[in-house]
Ligand binder design. Structure first.
Ligand code: XUL
Ligand code: CO
Length: 437
């Protein structure tokens, strides 16, 4: 039985289409820079938002109308939900999905019971993957929802909690492997702190690294070949999340010898909460060799928390696609819509409108980015801006021929610098607008 009987497969109808259930820009097989749109994006839906977000907020309870949900949160209901999800992926032409362990199967009274529940639900995932061809982009474990994780998981002051989290991640990695998952993500749910007075920061960070090393070792032990990701977020739920931003995460990974095994999963709204733009985070991660995957969403300029809205801003998707293209595109990662419909958008059809908007915003962004790259206008202007480094003293410095003493000699002889050129920011911005509008 169909959960969305009134929705046919969402297909590309072109920019002129006014059909709200069609793509205007996303044409899966269309090639851009020699690669299909499908392969550029590797779009993924997030199980936790799409299937599990009820729409509650601190002021009110759940609002979502989901006719397929039963009255009890049991394995049978969880299995039924998986089928609804794959019907959604199929109709949306989304090739990937992501989940947390606790999204897909109910938590039992014991770890053994939770694991058995997972096994029952994973069977249905396997069948549905085989039926539809949809794949698991990455899996993860929810190490923040249960009250036992109040002080964090790997960074908890309670050693038993560390052990429980390890056991939980062990199982989450096993099912990720079983489903052919292409990656595994660590987001430090409560890995951070609220109050410095009661916190041993060094011990917590050492333990977080210890935990990640255990995961890397276990991946080797079971032959899990997927890519690990670490997902930066500066705050929420804790005041100071240890995975603050790309730079902090990279420093952590390098400091603890994890840089060869773990890349980053950059999320738009997390970047803005850190006081960055997402293109800054992407560029920072990418040039350091850590760009892995993207959690695509957006925040609200007036709200300082993680609203996880669907991305609609073509300006922003263009900037993101420019960085992604510049660094050769996704290898193992993809664009996962870590986004949820507003609590006022409570009907199942809203899930379609939301994802269609996100997909099309990225497709349009890709087309614009590719045009900009083809003309090389900005590239040439930027190159010109740095041309003092291409020969003369600049080239000598970059090839390691100078030190402070020789540069002092150079300036003393020269007297004054070559005059600076205008940065031309406004001209750059005007040129970008020519492509965007
Ligand atoms: C939380 C967040 C998570 C991670 C996976 O802000 O983004 O959903 O993506 O745990
Ligand atoms: Co995320």
């Amino acid at each position: 039985m169909s959960a969305f009987p009134n929705v046919k497969k969402v297909v590309y109808e072109g920019a002129e289409s006014t059909n709200p259930l069609a793509y205007r820009f996303y044409n899966a097989e269309q090639k851009v820079e020699g690669k299909t749109m499908k392969d550029h994006f590797r779009f993924s839906a997030a199980y936790w938002h799409t299937m599990r977000a009820g729409g509650s907020d601190p002021f009110g309870s759940a609002t979502m109308v989901r006719p397929w949900e039963g009255n009890v949160d049991n394995v049978k209901n969880a299995q039924k939900r998986v089928k609804v999800f794959f019907e959604f992926l199929e109709k949306m032409q989304l090739p990937y999905y992501c989940f947390h362990d606790r999204d897909i199967a109910p938590e039992g009274k014991t770890l053994a019971e939770s694991n058995a529940n997972l096994d029952e639900v994973v069977k249905v995932f396997k069948d549905e993957q085989a039926r539809t061809g949809a794949k698991l982009l990455w899996g993860t474990a929810n190490l923040f929802g249960n009250p036992r994780y109040m002080h964090g998981a790997a960074t908890s002051c309670n050693a038993d909690v560390f052990a429980y989290a390890a056991a939980q991640v062990k199982k989450a990695m096993e099912i990720t492997k079983e489903l052919g998952g292409q990656g595994y993500t660590f987001w430090g749910g409560r890995e951070g702190y609220q109050c410095i007075w009661n916190t041993n920061m060094k011990r917590e960070l050492d333990n977080l690294a210890r935990f990640m090393h255990m995961a890397v070792d276990y991946a080797k032990a079971i032959g899990f070949k997927g890519q690990f990701y670490f997902e930066p977020k500066p705050k929420e739920p804790t005041k100071h999340q240890y995975d603050f931003d790309a730079a902090a995460c990279i420093n952590f990974l390098r400091a603890y010898g994890l840089e060869k095994n773990i890349k980053l999963n950059i999320e738009t709204n997390h970047a803005t909460l850190a006081g960055h733009s997402v293109e800054h985070e992407l560029e920072y991660a990418a040039h350091q060799g850590f760009l892995g995957s993207v959690d695509a969403n957006t925040g609200d300029t007036l709200l300082g928390w993680d609203t996880d809205q669907f991305p609609t801003n073509v300006y922003e998707t263009t900037k993101m696609m420019l960085v992604i293209l510049k660094y050769g595109g996704f290898k193992t990662g993809g664009l996962n819509f870590d986004a949820k419909v507003r609590r006022e958008s409570f009907e199942p059809i809203d899930l379609f409108y939301a994802h269609i908007g996100g997909v099309d915003a990225f497709a349009k962004g890709l087309l614009i980015a590719a045009e900009m790259r083809k003309s090389k206008e900005l590239e040439k202007m930027t190159k010109e801006r740095y041309s003092s480094w291409d020969n003369g003293i600049g080239a000598e410095i970059e090839s390691g021929k100078h030190d402070f003493k020789s540069l002092e000699k150079y300036i003393l002889k020269k007297g004054e610098i070559e005059p600076n050129n205008s940065g031309r920011q406004e001209l750059f911005e005007n040129i970008v607008n020519r492509y965007t509008f």
